[in-house]
Design a protein around this ligand. Structure first.
Ligand SMILES: *Cc1c(COP(=O)(O)O)cnc(C)c1O
Length: 483
């Protein structure tokens, strides 16, 4: 940097502010232009210069020592601004919240086989809707329908954007302008804006509430069926449990009643699993195959909950009903893109070999991770954190319970292990703001770490720490707040 010219103070501090043109010709900004393009860099440079002039005028910052110093300072600010603009907004994080299939954190991580399939189909033209045998138009559902039939025992299958779309499309196709009786115990709201009564209204059908919140009997459905009844429907009470003095109608009885009255029986399974999870030590959840065997005519479920695949909604069931659903013009608006179909096909193929599923499907691997392994990881992470912190901050390893998440099996928790940061007892009164600041510091890491503030500590549930070396490597960058 040039030294300050002796004895010369600019008459007008504004004269020292370099022009945007001048800034665009400095080496640092030229490198930025090569990386991010001239229009974007120019826009940022203009903003930076304007802001600088305003704050000089308002005497909010010191007048620079020399024109060279001003150029350097503004160059840095432009670099900062451009970097912030071009950094990806959507990026990976460490999910140490203790909720494995976390909707806000993207639900199921995908297996390598699915990633490879997504890359392959993204970079080249594909036979998405092209029948290679006949050499004519094909159906995008064909790439997964045979797999879904094999894995669920259903006659037919179709796929849409997510399970909310699957429910909307199914109801609109089978019940528009007509009635569907649903138990009062099943009028669920699933995170955000998905409420069964609202979806029914949007699908154009009328909800007929039957039974009570805690008890619904077969006779309640019988009495509710009339001329206008289009179908019977069950909704999986994904995210809550009705306990105590309760009664509900089992699948087979409801299917029997629907058949006797000549209407289809729809089951919105929500999470929907293709395999029995009990042998893996997980709680019992009905499989799609069982629900079909019990007589459901249409079953809807998510691709990215327990199934462990990409975001999509899967509809399986009777061939004539699936055919009608496929021909609903709304299907076109809710259809799945080729990248997701590629991923789903790859994930379904893994299910053909259940023996190796746990090794190959990350969602199942995380849900069934050995407690020992989590404990050992927690000890290593706690050790690394203890190196960084000092009094009055404490780091402890504690038992905790992970949730499956995404409304799957809400009350069944998986034994796990957490590393918890706290303030020592004398400092507890300052805990609240400190915990917030600590959580923010973890989120500011190169790969943001999302933990959970609970009680008086900041907890990192290590069940889902799949890349411990990367986690440990970035810890030195942690900007610990002072209590
Ligand atoms: C999760 C869930 C949905 C919504 O599924 P998305 O894939 O999130 O759209 C619908 N119904 C039930 C019962 C669910 O659990």
């Amino acid at each position: 940097m040039a030294s300050k010219p002796p004895g010369r103070t600019p008459v007008n501090p504004m004269a020292i502010v370099p022009s945007v043109d001048r800034l665009l010709r400095t080496p640092i900004v030229e490198t930025l232009i090569e990386r991010a393009g001239r229009p974007l860099v120019t826009e940022v440079a203009r903003g930076v210069v304007d802001q600088y002039r305003r704050s000089l005028r308002a005497a909010e910052e010191a007048v620079p020592e020399s024109p060279e110093a001003a150029v350097l300072e503004l160059g840095c600010r432009i670099e900062h601004g451009v970097n912030a603009l071009v950094a990806p907004s959507l990026r990976p994080v460490f999910n140490l919240t203790g909720t494995v299939l976390h909707t806000n954190l993207g639900r199921a991580p995908l297996p390598a086989e699915a990633i490879d399939a997504m890359v392959a189909v993204s970079s080249k033209p594909s036979n998405l809707e092209y029948d290679l045998k006949r050499g004519g138009r094909g159906d995008r559902d064909d790439h997964v329908e045979a797999w879904l039939k094999r894995l669920t025992g259903a006659e037919a299958a179709t796929i849409v954007n997510n399970n909310a779309a699957a429910v909307l499309l199914t109801l609109n196709t089978l019940a528009e302008g007509r009635e569907i009786p649903v138990s009062r115990g099943q009028l669920v709201e699933i995170g955000g804006a998905f409420r069964i009564p609202d979806i029914m209204t949007r699908a154009g059908c009328r909800l007929v509430e039957v039974g009570t919140t805690n008890r619904t009997h077969l006779r309640d459905y019988e009495q509710a069926i009339g001329e206008d009844t289009a179908a019977l429907m069950t909704v999986h009470t994904s995210n809550y449990l009705v306990m105590g003095f309760t009664a509900s109608v089992d699948d087979a009885s409801l299917a029997g009643l629907a058949r006797a009255r000549g209407v289809p029986y729809i089951n919105d399974l929500g999470s929907g699993t293709l395999i029995d999870l009990q042998p893996y030590g997980l709680p019992r959840e009905p499989t799609v195959r069982e629900v079909i065997e019990n007589g459901a005519d249409v079953v809807t479920f998510s691709g990215d909950k327990l199934l462990g695949g990409p975001q999509c909604g899967i509809i399986v069931g009777r061939a004539d009903l699936i055919d009608a659903i496929k021909h609903n013009p709304m299907k076109r608006a809710l259809r799945l893109d080729k990248v997701t179909i590629a991923a789903l096909e790859a994930v379904l193929r893994l299910y053909a070999d259940p023996g190796r599923l746990r090794q190959r499907l990350p969602a199942l691997a995380l849900l069934t991770r050995e407690r020992d392994e989590i404990d050992r990881s927690a000890e290593r992470v706690a050790g690394a954190l203890r190196e960084l912190v000092s009094e009055p901050v404490t780091v402890t390893v504690e038992q905790c319970r992970s949730q499956i998440g995404s409304g799957a099996l809400p009350v069944d928790l998986l034994p796990s292990c957490a590393v918890v940061l706290r303030l020592s007892v004398e400092q507890r009164r300052r805990t609240g703001p400190w915990l917030e600041a600590l959580a923010r510091a973890f989120r500011a890491l190169p790969t943001p770490v999302i933990g959970r503030i609970r009680d008086d500590g900041f907890a990192l549930d290590l069940r889902c720490l799949d890349d411990e070396p990367e986690f440990l490597a970035q810890l030195p960058a942690l900007d610990l707040p002072t209590p």
